[in-house]
Write a new protein. Structure first.
Length: 118
């Protein structure tokens, strides 16, 4: 069983930066992908960024490319989301997720709120 703990959300002005952290306890090699999704009221859940442990590959949603960076620390079983040049439309609850043996995102954190004021 994988448990995910997100930290780092908060309130920031447009143009500012925030760094989210997600620590995975109980992660094994079957939990090969970790990612960040976000959801705001009235909108569908959106993939923000993903990291594949086995290949060290990253993937970004189109709306955050060149502004957000995902990184991982294997020693800490953690992934980080550095968010720069934040915009009001980035306001959402951000969720960390990890894949299970089938590649589906089976594990989710409780979410952390990011609010960007204009």
């Amino acid at each position: 069983q994988v448990r995910l703990l997100e930290t780092g959300g908060g309130l920031v002005q447009a143009g500012g930066s925030l760094r989210l952290s997600c620590t995975a306890s109980g992660r094994t090699t079957s939990n090969n992908i970790m990612a960040w999704f976000r959801q705001s009221p009235g909108k569908e859940s959106e993939l923000v960024a993903g990291f594949t442990w086995s290949r060290g590959m990253t993937h970004y949603g189109a709306s955050v490319k060149a502004r957000f960076t995902i990184a991982a620390d294997n020693r800490k079983d953690a992934v980080y989301l550095q968010m720069n040049s934040l915009k009001p439309e980035d306001t959402a609850t951000y969720y960390c997720t990890a894949s299970g043996p089938t590649g589906e995102f089976d594990y989710w954190g409780q979410g952390t709120q990011v609010t960007v004021s204009s």
